[in-house]
Design a protein around this ligand. Structure first.
Ligand code: ADP
Ligand code: MG
Length: 257
């Protein structure tokens, strides 16, 4: 079904690894402000699709458009500046920083500006005000995810679930327009899972767009208003939860592996 003005548009996406075709001509659209789920059996090509959209892999063919612009093959940092981000596992160097420091990293595109500002003495006061804003925003973000009590802990000391919340907090501190989540609930206990999903629903109401890969069908069916099913590198079906659940081909794809 057509989305009039999609925020994300994937057209004829293809990715080959040597002789393996991981994504085989996938096309789909994501509406602005939606919570869209991307599902499919293991090996369907979901992660590769994510990696092609977010600049981790260069697609073999096809195009990715974001907000009307061709962004095919752009690097993750460039995409982040455009407002398209994904969560990453917290890397080693970030593990040694505190939780607060992790959400205080300058939003993409603003480092250069601050460097210029800092050599212009007349702007010093404005810079200091901006730095205060960064700290305030960071605390607000931690508060939003209810991890403010962990602010001064090393990120590396958090539990798996707390790390997932921090990964979300980090991504949101870059002020994105669209967030891609690849199994954000893996290893998260039910209490934190509920918290994370509540936050996503709240952010959506604020206008953010989410694309989610998740194994837990209950989560997908209860939270996503649009679901895209991949199978063997292609889009097999899409629609709302009811449509997907009653689609014979989807059932067969899961049973057949
Ligand atoms: P999903 O996330 O849906 O489980 P993937 O995108 O991870 O699927 O994988 C799709 C197919 O591509 C699988 O057959 C997988 O083995 C293959 N694949 C993924 N990444 C690579 C890679 N880097 N090199 C070779 N084959 C890969
Ligand atoms: Mg995967």
């Amino acid at each position: 079904d057509a989305v009039d003005a999609p925020l994300l548009e994937v057209d004829g996406l293809r990715k080959e690894f040597g002789g393996v075709t991981a994504v085989d001509g996938a096309s789909f659209r994501v509406a602005p402000g939606s919570f869209t789920g991307l599902i499919g059996p293991n090996g369907a090509g979901k992660s590769t699709t994510f990696n092609c959209i977010t600049g981790i892999h260069e697609p073999t063919a096809g195009t990715v458009r974001f907000d009307g612009q061709d962004v095919t093959g752009l690097a993750p940092f460039t995409l982040a500046k455009e407002g398209l981000v994904r969560t990453f596992q917290i890397a080693r160097e970030l593990s040694e920083m505190t939780v607060l420091e992790n959400v205080m990293l300058a939003p993409p595109g603003q480092r250069g500006e601050s460097a210029i500002q800092s050599v212009l003495p007349g702007l010093r006061e404005e810079v200091q005000a901006a730095e205060r804003d960064v700290v305030e925003d960071a605390w607000e973000t931690l508060d939003f995810f209810e991890i403010d009590h962990l602010a001064h802990e090393d990120a590396g000391s958090l539990s798996g679930g707390q790390r997932k919340l921090l990964e979300m907090a980090r991504v949101l501190s870059t002020d994105p327009e669209m967030v891609l989540l690849d199994e954000p609930l893996a290893g998260v206990n039910p209490t934190l899972e509920e918290k994370l999903l509540d936050r996503i629903d709240e952010l959506r109401r604020d206008g953010l767009t989410f694309l989610l890969v998740e194994h837990d069908m209950d989560v997908i069916m209860n939270h996503c208003e649009h679901i895209i099913v991949m199978h063997q590198g292609q889009v097999l079906a899409e629609g709302d939860a009811e449509t997907i659940q009653s689609d014979e081909r989807v059932l067969e794809a899961y049973l057949g592996g």
